[in-house]
Structures are given as C-alpha cells and as structure tokens.
Design a binder for this molecule. Structure first.
Ligand SMILES: Nc1ncnc2c1ncn2[C@@H]1O[C@H](COP(=O)(O)OP(=O)(O)OP(=O)(O)O)[C@@H](O)[C@H]1O
Ligand SMILES: O=C(O)[C@H](O)[C@@H](O)[C@H](O)[C@H](O)CO
Length: 227
C-alpha cells in the first residue's frame, strides 16, 4: 500500500510566469486568440456522472487540444471493484493519480509550446483536495506548466438520475452516494479551481465550461502582462 503523498500547498500559477505575446490577428494554436509560452493542464473533475467526459470532449474538440480520458487509466482491479459496487479507497487511487499526472506531462515532453500543444484536457474525478494536490505536482518541476481544475458541480439527486439513465457503464447509480461521501468540493483557497454548475442541458453546460476556461486563460494572460 502506498503512503499518502505529502505535498506543500501550491499557489495558482496564473501569477507566476511571463507571457510571450498575444496574437494580433486572433489566430492561435489554442483557438482562444491568445498565445503564451505556458502549458495548461485542464482537469475536468467531479463525481461519477457529472459530465466529465461530455464536457472534456467538447473542450478538447473546440480548443483543438489533446484529450485524456482518466477512467481508461484505472487498473483492472479498480474497475472490478467499482463494477462490484465497492468504492475505491485512497490507496486504490494514488498510483492512478500519479499515472494521470505523468500522462498529461507526457503530452508536453520534448516540446515547447511553439511545437507542442498549448494544453491538454484530462478527466479525473479528483474528489478530494489531496488528490488534486497530487496532480498539482505537475507544475513543480516545469515552471511553464499551469494546472487548472474545472469542477462540475451537481446535486446527488441529479447525478443519481443521470447515472441511472446511462447504459452499459460499470459505474452504477448505487455508487453515487459513496462518491458524494468522499467529495471535498474545491474551495476558494485552492485558487486554481473553476466551478461550473451542471444542472442545465448538455449544450448549456458545455458552453458554460468553455466560457469559464476562456475567462481563466484571459485572466492568466492579463496577470502575466501586469508582471
Ligand atoms: N448536462 C447534462 N444533462 C443531461 N445529461 C447529461 C448532461 N451531461 C452529461 N449527461 C449524461 O449523463 C451521463 C454521464 O455523463 P458523463 O459520462 O459525461 O459523466 P462522467 O462524469 O464522465 O461520468 P463517469 O465519471 O461516471 O464516467 C451520460 O449519460 C451523459 O450523456
Ligand atoms: O475516484 C473514483 O472513485 C473514480 O475515478 C470514479 O469517479 C470513476 O472512475 C468514475 O466516476 C467512473 O464512473
């Protein structure tokens, strides 16, 4: 069993780096009309059924960024456990979280933003603050990496309905309660989390998430310009 990783708190990266330029003509690799030298990891988080995959695919497609489906990186033992209706423990999740962090960084390795993607979109439930801290370590060794969480907020009742209606998925609605029991919603103190209400229709939620990400990037750019 792995010990719980101890990490010091991390400050939001948006105030830490120098912006290179803003495109004058609006054309940019990330589709936002903004170019900077940073590599942004957008982690779409929340309990089972909150819409992580749906939102992440939309963001990745619209912004032309690589997309990593975090659930594909669970070891078979974790999937078997969840399919059997047994909630994962912290110990079940540490290696998976580290793997996701490595996978996101791998998309940037060996490339600067002129050659590689300016960001990556990753789905990960990241239910607890200490799980988010594991992902935040991505920024420790590369000052150009910025980590942002997009938390999809919903009530337990809404997610019960959505998971119940979903066909052919190992995660059944009986697991939603335990997901909420583990959930530590991001607080303002964490500084790098966007919160998106997912009560609306799918297109509404996708638009909200996209707008939030664009706003966060603009804020990042403005903060860099002020430095
Ligand atoms: N805003 C929405 N309104 C109605 N249904 C939605 C909405 N967003 C997603 N759904 C549906 O809810 C279900 C869960 O969505 P999705 O698979 O994207 O969630 P998820 O967070 O990735 O789930 P999991 O973590 O369990 O894989 C899907 O059937 C999806 O079509
Ligand atoms: O941390 C967890 O408990 C897991 O990541 C779950 O959230 C599932 O992977 C996901 O919800 C699939 O339905």
């Amino acid at each position: 069993m792995l010990a719980s990783p101890q990490q010091p708190p991390i400050m939001p990266h948006s105030t830490q780096h120098n912006l290179m330029s803003i495109h004058q003509n609006g054309a940019s690799p990330n589709g936002l009309g903004v170019v900077d030298q940073h590599k942004h990891i957008w982690i779409i988080t929340g309990p089972a059924g909150c819409g992580k995959s749906t939102v992440a695919q939309h963001l990745a497609q619209t912004l032309a960024l690589p997309y990593i489906e975090g659930d594909e990186f669970h070891p078979p033992a974790n999937i078997d456990k969840m399919a059997a209706g047994v909630p994962l423990t912290d110990a079940d999740r540490w290696d998976w979280l580290i793997l996701l962090r490595q996978e996101a960084l791998a998309r940037f390795s060996g490339c600067d933003t002129a050659n590689g993607p300016p960001g990556v979109v990753l789905t990960c439930s990241a239910l607890k603050k200490k799980y988010r801290d594991v992902i935040r370590v991505a920024a420790y060794h590369d000052s150009l990496v910025c980590v942002h969480f997009v938390y999809l907020r919903a009530t337990e009742e809404v997610l019960m309905q959505r998971v119940k209606a979903r066909q052919g998925h190992y995660m059944k609605d009986s697991m939603v309660k335990s997901q909420f029991a583990s959930l530590e919603e991001p607080t303002r103190d964490e500084g790098d989390c966007l919160i998106v209400d997912v009560a609306g229709t799918m297109p509404e939620v996708q638009d909200l998430a996209l707008t939030s990400v664009k706003e966060a990037l603009k804020t990042h750019v403005a903060a860099e310009n002020d430095r």
